[in-house]
Write a protein that binds this ligand. Structure first.
Ligand SMILES: [Ca+2]
Length: 312
């Protein structure tokens, strides 16, 4: 077997049901080198999301991957959580034991800055929560910008899921999203247009229920809870596992198809705060700044997830 060149990633997340599956996919696929997990307030407060990340790491059997706790609140606005979707703890449903280790002492933003500065420009940031930590790191030391290989973001879209205009991650901290989208760093955006194709259909759920590993059982429990809240909140029968698309892309970019568009973030709109303006017809004439993913290979995507769960 040829040596695999692993893709180095830092996963910035707010677990979160789909975040948890993203961690498991990153841990269970041999082509990902998961350097660290950094946490942020989002689906739940950062104390909860950090604890959830540590619990998932135990199931994923990655005791060597450090977890750094990040920002509790957005740059400017008051924090908002998604208890309606993820429960009060951010990851209701599965019953997991208390984590046996703690988060690292260093703050996530300091870790991101330090690690990028020491790198050879070969680290991808995967951001699947509000963009507060990433924006703070960019603000703290702009010298990190040329060091970032790519930022793969779950956020935004041409429609909303938290307001009619805005997707949750961007809405929670649109000022941070603006910093990131205006940074000039290569961005791949997995918005709702793409992630709603990552649906856990009944067939997929049945296949996952057959995977008799700790990770398989955890995802089965996560999907049972997620299916119910998506049905109740959005009348969507098959819940989309948004965040997982970002890791799948890092493993195999051909799992999605992208178009290069200009995307700007609304931070002032009375009704449209947090909207991502996707300039599909280049009416602004501005240079594209985002690879906008619009089409997912559903079968290839779930194949990656199932292989990882079986391997863990
Ligand atoms: Ca998330």
């Amino acid at each position: 077997m040829n040596d695999i060149i692993k893709r180095k990633i830092i996963l910035d997340c707010d677990p979160g049901h789909d975040d948890a599956i993203a961690i498991l996919l990153a841990a269970g696929n041999p082509s990902i080198d998961l350097l660290a997990i950094t946490t942020v307030g989002g689906n739940a407060g950062v104390t909860h999301t950090t604890r959830n990340a540590l619990q998932v790491c135990e199931v994923a059997n990655i005791p060597h991957v450090p977890v750094y706790r990040g920002c509790s609140d957005p740059l400017v606005r008051k924090g908002e959580t998604a208890a309606e979707i993820h429960g009060e703890s951010g990851m209701e449903g599965p019953v997991l034991p208390e984590p046996t280790r703690s988060a690292e002492k260093e703050h996530a933003v300091d870790y991101i800055v330090r690690t990028l500065l020491a790198s050879e420009g070969d680290i991808t940031l995967v951001a699947v929560g509000p963009l507060t930590n990433i924006a703070m790191a960019m603000r703290k030391d702009a010298a990190i910008l040329p060091k970032i290989k790519e930022i793969v973001i779950m956020g935004g879209g041409t429609f909303g899921n938290w307001t009619p205009a805005a997707e949750f991650n961007i809405y929670v901290d649109a000022e941070a999203a603006k910093v990131v989208f205006d940074s000039g760093v290569p961005i791949v955006m997995m918005g709702l247009d793409l992630t709603h194709q990552a649906s856990a259909t009944g067939e997929v759920a049945e296949q996952i229920a057959q995977i008799d590993t700790p990770a398989g059982r955890l995802v089965n429990d996560l999907l049972i809870f997620f299916r119910k809240t998506y049905q109740d909140m959005f009348d969507i029968a098959d819940p989309p596992v948004h965040d997982v698309c970002c890791i799948a892309y890092c493993i195999d970019p051909t799992v999605v198809e992208c178009k290069h568009y200009r995307v700007d973030i609304e931070t002032k709109g009375e009704l449209t705060y947090g909207m991502t303006l996707v300039d599909r017809h280049n009416v602004t004439g501005l240079a594209p700044n985002v690879q906008f993913a619009y089409k997912l290979d559903h079968s290839k995507f779930w194949g990656l997830v199932k292989d990882a769960l079986a391997a863990l």
